[in-house]
Write a new protein. Structure first.
Length: 71
């Protein structure tokens, strides 16, 4: 289950950095068709050039919550 979340966050990081990736079809808009979301945690490293506000926007846009950070 963690792999799809990791792929989404990785794609978001690449998109925020201005690089390009092949696109995939959009997921269905109906939330009734989605499977339940399971809680998990990931360690994400952002590329250089993203401000703290941009990093928070990427996390929030993908449904994440920052719980801690490593300097």
């Amino acid at each position: 289950m963690a792999l799809p979340i990791l792929a989404i966050l990785a794609a978001a990081c690449v998109a925020a950095s201005g690089q390009t990736l092949p696109t995939a079809p959009a997921p269905p808009a109906s939330t009734a068709e989605r499977p339940p979301v399971l809680a998990s945690s990931l360690i994400v490293k952002f590329g250089e050039g993203l401000s703290p506000a941009e990093q928070q926007a990427v996390i929030a846009r993908n449904g994440g919550t920052e719980t801690s950070s490593v300097p």
